[in-house]
Design a protein around this ligand. Structure first.
Ligand SMILES: Cc1cc2nc3c(=O)[nH]c(=O)nc-3n(C[C@H](O)[C@H](O)[C@H](O)COP(=O)(O)OP(=O)(O)OC[C@H]3O[C@@H](n4cnc5c(N)ncnc54)[C@H](O)[C@@H]3O)c2cc1C
Length: 449
């Protein structure tokens, strides 16, 4: 099966006037999971993303598959239990979701040693195992450090998870097109006509569908208000930023979770290939496009980290990235807004908010049940969504271009092969090779039947 620049072209050439059961706006983790389930149910589904697949929040997370110790501390036992169940499934079934040990650092800013001890026992129990955490005093030597407990969660490449779901939906007959923006929706009898604008090679198309799934992440309100002329109350945007640092000053045997001495917020230090990722911030923002790290966020992360690693300075920073959490709920501070998901059904548009990457399977199943209700069709969701695609690692760049529809260097570096988030030069030394391979690949067009 091919899913590439060429299949994209042929999908577009037959698009005008086509009718689908469901049009999914947004190819982040939410859209990808839903499209995968709908295609498995033989529905005619098309997913579009205005940028590359996973180019929104779903490539800019902390990349953890976890139950959230913080949610447990806030008393969200059911949510934590559900997330841990999802974590266990993903660890068991996907080789790119890998177990990762975390040290919880005990110091002047942390919860007490006793709370963490019992908290971790409960966390392990909710995750399905009885394990007593061991306390160790080694590993760190900064002022106020008293020791650490170790527990296991998991990490992944968030964008790769999205891409594997999208390719799985295509393998089952779904259509997925990146760089195609849904710009307007118009009701036409029992159908909705959506205008789609190609941002890669120009062109405008109109397709019809029986319903719309608005999985536009931080941008859900744009699609929602275009369709309903209203806004969703209680929809909140919170920006989170991470610093990417050279790994050589961190002699860590595990990832670490600690509380910033500045405001007692939980933060993570996560080793990733040649680098270490540290974050995150959590601040309300007004615009879904405010995805650059601010200077004060950088200062906050560096100052928090320097308490633990005093020798770290600006020269260790090699990059940063930011994402916007599309949350639904109330709360004066972003950390208190629920991390559970919310589904809004207005007429034939179903809007989804607040889905954590870890929770995407549970959310996709729940959303699919709503879709079945609107389409008056019973959908099978058991055991779904399933990943049916495995990347051939002998030539991952070839797989990215031929089977995962990477179109640009950025698609490859950030969202297929992850160099941006895991190498010290953030993939810069590979740019020339990737450019040449993209251009060689496209040059095959003349030889194709
Ligand atoms: C800093 C940070 C750290 C996080 N860490 C974790 C973590 O460790 N673990 C975890 O489980 N979760 C984490 N999350 C939460 C998780 O990343 C998000 O909740 C999730 O990625 C949201 O996915 P989404 O599909 O709703 O949105 P997105 O991934 O943003 O997808 C929406 C897509 O819609 C597209 N789009 C928008 N408008 C249109 C349009 N009109 N036409 C076509 N396409 C459109 C966008 O281009 C985008 O690709 C984190 C979030 C942040 C911000």
């Amino acid at each position: 099966m091919e899913f590439s620049y060429f299949t994209r072209k042929s999908d577009l050439s037959g698009l005008e006037g086509r009718e689908f059961d469901v049009l999914v706006v947004g190819g982040g983790i939410v859209g990808a999971g839903i499209a995968n389930i709908l295609a498995a149910n033989n529905l005619k589904v098309i997913l579009v993303d205005k940028g590359d697949f996973a180019s929104g929040t779903s490539s800019n997370s902390s990349k953890l598959i976890h139950g959230g110790l913080r949610y447990l501390a806030q008393g969200h036992f059911i949510l934590t239990r559900q997330l841990l169940k999802e974590r266990n499934y993903l660890m068991e079934h996907l080789d790119f979701v890998k177990g990762m040990n975390f040290d919880v650092l005990i110091d002047d800013s942390s919860w007490s040693k006793t709370s963490i001890y019992f908290g971790l026992i409960l966390y392990n129990l909710l995750g399905g195992k009885l394990a007593l955490p061991h306390f160790r005093k080694d590993g760190y030597s900064y002022d106020g450090f008293r020791g650490r407990f170790t527990y296991e969660d998991a990490s992944t490449d968030d964008a790769v998870l999205v891409i594997h779901n999208i390719v799985s939906s295509v393998l089952q007959g779904g259509t997925a097109i990146n760089y195609l923006e849904a710009t307007s929706f118009e009701k036409k009898d029992d159908l909705i006509e959506t205008t789609l604008v190609d941002g890669f090679e120009n062109g405008t198309y109109k397709v019809k569908s029986r319903m719309i799934v608005n999985a536009a992440g931080p941008w859900v309100n744009s699609s929602y208000s275009q369709y309903t002329s209203k806004k969703i109350d209680n929809f909140r945007l919170s920006k989170g930023s991470h610093l990417i640092l050279k790994g050589d000053k961190f002699n860590m045997d595990h990832a670490a979770a600690f509380r910033s001495h500045i405001d007692r917020r939980q933060m993570f230090i996560i080793p990733k290939g040649e680098v270490v990722i540290v974050g995150t911030t959590d601040r309300f923002v007004d615009s879904p496009s405010s995805s650059q790290m601010d200077e004060d966020e950088k200062k906050y992360i560096l100052d928090s980290l320097r308490k633990i690693y005093p020798s770290i300075d600006e020269s260790d920073v090699i990059g940063s990235y930011s994402g916007i959490r599309p949350l639904y709920g109330s709360g004066d501070d972003p950390g208190s807004v629920t991390r559970n998901f919310h589904i809004d059904m207005t007429d034939k548009m179903l809007t989804v908010m607040g889905v954590k990457i870890t929770d995407y399977r549970r959310a996709s199943r729940s959303i699919s049940k709503h879709i079945g209700f609107i389409l008056k069709r019973r959908l099978n969701t058991e055991g779904l969504p399933k990943i049916l695609y495995r990347r051939d690692e002998t030539d991952p760049l070839d797989s990215a271009l031929r089977k995962e529809c990477a179109l640009t260097v950025d698609d490859v570096i950030r969202r297929r092969l992850g160099y941006y988030y895991s190498t010290v030069d953030q993939g810069k030394s590979r740019i020339e090779t990737i450019e040449r391979r993209i251009s060689d690949f496209k040059a095959q067009e003349r030889k194709r039947p």
